[in-house]
Design a protein around this ligand. Sequence first.
Ligand SMILES: Cc1cc2nc3c(=O)[nH]c(=O)nc-3n(C[C@H](O)[C@H](O)[C@H](O)COP(=O)(O)OP(=O)(O)OC[C@H]3O[C@@H](n4cnc5c(N)ncnc54)[C@H](O)[C@@H]3O)c2cc1C
Length: 405
Amino acid sequence: MDHYDIVIFGAGIVGLSVACGLQDLGLQVLIIESTLPKTPINTEIISPHAKHFSVLNQASKFLFQHFGIWSNILNINTSTFYRMEMWERDSFGNITFEESLRRNPARSLGYIIENKKVHDFLWQYVKNLHNMTIITSEKVIKVSLKDKKALIFLKKNTVISTNLIIAADGADSSLRQHIKIPLLSWNYKHNALISNIRTEIPHQKTAYQIFHNNSILVFLPLIDPNLGAIIWSLLPEKAEYLAGTSEALFNQHLSVNFDVKLGLCNAEGMRQVLPLQGCYTHKFIFNRLVLVGNSAHTIYPLSDQGLNLGLMDAAELIGEIRRLHHQGKDIGQHQHLRRYERRRKYSTFQTLIGTEGCYRIFIGENLRKKFLRDSLLTIINQLPSIKSYLLKNAQGMTNIPNWLR
Ligand SMILES: Cc1cc2nc3c(=O)[nH]c(=O)nc-3n(C[C@H](O)[C@H](O)[C@H](O)COP(=O)(O)OP(=O)(O)OC[C@H]3O[C@@H](n4cnc5c(N)ncnc54)[C@H](O)[C@@H]3O)c2cc1C
């Protein structure tokens, strides 16, 4: 029977980030990924069909800086934005966040990464690390969490033992289901329509969020000054309609919903609809098992926080494993993992509550609600101290693990 100090299930961005953080500890780490990455990395190509983009905040940037790979990430089609404007489409509410380029060029409101490119880079990077073994297309038959070690039963009668299993296998985590961890899940009754769009007027590194009754349109500026990625949260039937309608009609709807802020908009590449669901597990740890990233929580993308939250799970866990390892303690024991659970549950809960609150206020046609959100946006826009607290929160600086500060 092979033994590994740590087994990571799932080589998504979060699972691979945990692996990066364990590289110099001398621990034997096995990564089990159920699929094969489809295309090799090519940092030169800027795909016209790029689909899924995420915003990384300052805390996530610090994590990649700590791994020594931030400059690589900046080089793979990552764009930066310094201003964000939000408004209610047919009313008076609006708010603007800004980091002055001139005051401090290193500080931006966020970094827009193309998920697949960053994932491909991390995959190649981790593959070349010492003490890392990766197996793909592997099916797990059974997992047994024992007092002294965990056993993983793979097909072809292979059994692996380990001190700690890290579940980073995404929102439908089969490991979470296998262990029967209770889950609180809910449907947002909204789908996200994602696409790239070309704008008539240059975006000037500004991100936008436009609220209108039952839709929220998010525009993220990409490196090309006239290109952006949109995440458009809509009622499912509307999202399907807009995804399937002709390009001319889609462009017309889009330009109107964008208040023609950047002139006429044209969809570029594919339009894709993703269902939006939320979930939160009641336990982030078991004896010899830890959940990180989407396997522990998924949230509405309005606040751009899902991946950042997962990366901070990774950061907190890396800090704990390093501490336990240096103290010569068993890294898989339930009692030793409780600090991780306490801290990450608190941080996740805060983000979930904040996002849920925003979602409930910013979605809906009720006139009282509209008045409330208009007033909130307008009042907060006049209060620099609240704006700066909100910004600090969005940058992940209120819940960053101590070792990363
Ligand atoms: C429309 C939209 C917009 C978003 N925008 C943002 C944003 O702006 N900012 C942000 O921070 N977040 C954003 N998010 C959230 C973010 O994309 C996710 O939180 C993040 O990708 C989750 O990463 P993960 O590594 O935890 O999971 P995943 O990316 O799902 O990775 C899980 C990995 O596990 C593998 N796997 C699955 N099952 C098994 C198994 N049984 N055994 C082994 N491996 C397995 C999968 O193949 C995959 O490689 C957005 C999400 C959506 C839907």
